[in-house]
Design a protein around this ligand. Structure first.
Ligand code: SF4
Ligand code: SF4
Ligand code: FES
Length: 328
């Protein structure tokens, strides 16, 4: 089968990008995207820049955007990435990182962000006196998904929060954060939970699911982020942040009324139940607009949901299930 490879070229960090096309012959079921790229480079244009090493979905170095989605070039066959309507194989560098040349990006920020979560099991666990520090299969299984990460950058490239928020460390870093936090040998869990509860960490994720969708080795970073959030929410010793209050208030209101009374929501979350004057003032204009447009449900007018009792029972059942699991 003859295909057109449309490649985004960029000679250096500062030069303009443009697209160049190449025709090659492939077996769509057997040729990988990386094979196609190597073929173009070796037969038609030796100046093309891209990374690769293991060619076996292990090293993580060949991540690029293929027809609009980031993944490992060596993992996908042409038939998997070119749908019936795709006329071209479009290859571009990863997003959210500056291009050095063609498909090669500068990953400095990616690595720096990883360092921000302190991605090592604490040294106390290494001071082993007599025996090895063994883990039970159950303790090890908690780490399995996150430990799969090959630091390819695919999730980082597709992350909406990284694209707009300079401070957000990214899904790869938070998956690693979960991996060390969930390790029973680590003795700094409290310190970590406190750190990941601050700006730039878990609460800055917009839950777009892109990281879960593109991760080539099933780390499912969003699920790991949710795991950290659960730890934070379960830790009542932490000073309550707005993000935590947001979650707790949502559950409390549904438990009270079966749905969310938005006027109470703003006062409780941003106004911290009338304790945060600045927060209250910030929602005052919104309150005025709600009153003027007749959307402010006065307390005596606010109707409980018909399913309020069921909602309350469900929330209590889930809470007791969680408690039981926590005690195991
Ligand atoms: S779910 Fe969160 S971490 Fe994952 S890609 Fe979306 S914003 Fe980024
Ligand atoms: S979490 Fe998945 S997509 Fe992200 S860097 Fe690790 S292996 Fe790659
Ligand atoms: S070349 Fe190593 S993961 Fe693709």
């Amino acid at each position: 089968m003859n295909i057109t490879v449309r490649l985004r070229r960029q000679a250096s960090r500062t030069s303009e990008a443009n697209f160049q096309t190449y025709q090659i012959e492939v077996d769509p079921e057997r040729t990988t995207v990386l094979d196609a790229l190597i073929k173009v480079q070796s037969e038609q244009d030796g100046s093309i820049g891209f990374r690769r090493n293991c060619r076996n979905a292990i090293c993580g170095s060949c991540a690029i955007r293929v027809n609009g989605k980031t993944g490992l070039g060596c993992q996908k066959h042409i038939s998997e990435v070119m749908g019936d309507r795709d006329e071209e194989l479009v290859l571009e560098p990863m997003q959210n990182l500056p291009v050095i040349k063609d498909l090669i990006v500068d990953m400095t920020k990616f690595w720096d962000n990883l360092q921000q979560v302190d991605p090592y099991v604490s040294t106390a666990s290494r001071q082993i006196s007599k025996t090895e520090f063994l883990q039970t299969p159950a303790q090890r299984s908690k780490l399995q998904a996150a430990a799969n990460c090959i630091l390819c950058g695919s999730c980082y490239s597709e992350c909406n929060a990284v694209a707009v928020n300079e401070r957000f460390v990214g899904p790869h870093a938070l998956a690693k954060a979960y991996r060390v936090m969930a390790d029973n040998r680590d003795d700094r869990t409290d310190e970590r939970v406190e750190k990941y509860n601050t700006s730039g960490f878990v609460w800055d994720c917009t839950r777009c699911y892109n990281c879960n969708e593109v991760c080539p080795v099933e780390v499912q970073p969003l699920d790991r982020i949710s795991g950290i959030k659960q730890e934070i929410l379960a830790n009542r010793d932490l000073p309550e942040s707005t993000a935590q209050r947001h979650r707790h208030t949502m559950v409390d209101l549904v438990k009270e009324d079966g749905w969310i009374d938005e006027s109470k929501f703003g006062v409780r979350v941003l106004g911290d139940n009338f304790r945060d004057l600045k927060g209250l003032l910030s929602i005052f204009p919104l309150g005025v607009r709600m009153v003027l447009s007749g959307k402010m449900p006065y307390p005596w007018k606010f109707q409980k949901s018909e399913g309020a009792d069921e909602a309350k029972a469900l929330i209590e059942a889930i809470a007791s299930l969680k408690d039981r699991n926590h005690q195991k």
